[in-house]
Write a protein that binds this ligand. Sequence first.
Ligand code: TYM
Length: 331
Amino acid sequence: MEEKKTLYSGMQATGALTLGNYLGALKNWVRLNEEYDCFFGVMDLHSLTVRQNPAEFRQNARKLYALYVAAGLDPEKNCVYFQSHVSAHAELAWILNCFTYVGELGRMTQYKDKSLKHADNVNAGLFTYPVLMAADILLYQAAVVPVGIDQKQHLEITRDIAERFNKIYGDVFTIPDAYFGKHSAKIMSLADPTKKMSKSDENTNSHILLTDDKDTIIRKFKRAVTDSDTVVRYGEDKPGISNLMDIYGSVTGKTHEQIEEEFSGRGYGDFKLAVGEAVADELAPLQADYERLLKDKAYIDECIKKNDDRARYVSNKTLRKVKKKIGLTEV
Ligand code: TYM
């Protein structure tokens, strides 16, 4: 039997997830997980670039783990683990820091955006964030990394670092490809469809949280900003409606043409309600499972332990190889 290729991805462990995180990443992970040997991290080290309240942070990281499982990532089949429990990530990140240029890190748009947003805390971690992300991916020899479009530049620098290293030391790292969902790589804000949907947006109507109840979801979609036209049609001149069509299509599997046909002659009100209902129905089983899993501490602990061990084993193989290649002494 042909060996499966490796898939790697993860999310920061900071608070609730949005529908953007779900459609842009998590849903694709679930869809692809039979095809690949999968590793999914709770990226708690990455979250440290912003000051965290320790008690809340601990809770949020566990909640994210439960949400992964509730969304359909079976921890018996996928390695779902905590980044901070596997020291190889920080070790390889240091080594790769020495193969990454300050100039290339300074060009990262996310660094520039976040430095503006957290001007009082532009720490070195924020700057070297993409190197830790490269270490995450390269440790597991991942071939595929399903993410939203906002991570594209980080994937590119990961490839650059890996190619640079391989050029000097031979084929140590697999060069990863980013994987983007067809119409879900950038889900936009419901309040301003020219901006990415983000949980850090202060306007709570701008984003759907995966934990929002049905009434809230429908209310937020009803309020979604659209144009003053009435025709459900996909197009650059209609960012609000196009975003809702992307959401509806990602959830139902319908194409833009099918959606246009379904709502031809019907107004925006009908369409918005249908999107809200489809999203709420999609999230209902996930929410029920999530509530159940949050109460089952023993099960979650057992999954974490087992998968941490596997992640340590796999990542250490790569780390040992790297150390040997660069000439760090062994006994
Ligand atoms: P994070 O935690 O910001 O986001 C998690 C995932 O959700 C995607 N995403 C979106 N996709 C579509 N539309 C949106 N509005 C939207 N908002 C968020 C993100 O692209 C991402 O895929 N640096 C990463 C975490 C990370 C990682 C890794 C990912 C750390 N190490 C290694 C892959 C591989 C991040 O901050 O994602």
